[in-house]
Design a protein. Structure first.
Length: 78
């Protein structure tokens, strides 16, 4: 999610989307500047349909035969 969710009684951008939960996306939309930023309407139904892909451990910063995370930017020798 790009920003915190906030409940509005009406569309903060005046695009006739009605009341609901919105989050701020950008300062402009299709070349039009919006005061306070452009807001997108959040949908719980749409969010539930999205499949989580999890995360992978990056090889950078790991010892050769271990999955112990380190704070360096390369493989560490023991």
């Amino acid at each position: 999610m790009p920003a915190r969710l906030k409940i509005y009684k009406r569309d903060p951008n005046g695009l006739k989307r009605g009341p609901g939960v919105y989050y701020r996306r950008a300062k402009t939309y299709k070349g039009k500047p919006f005061s306070g930023g452009y807001f997108s309407k959040y949908s719980l139904i749409r969010d539930k349909k999205r499949i989580s892909k999890g995360y992978n451990t990056d090889k950078v910063g790991l010892p050769k035969n271990s999955v112990i995370l380190h704070t360096s930017d390369g493989r560490l020798k023991r």
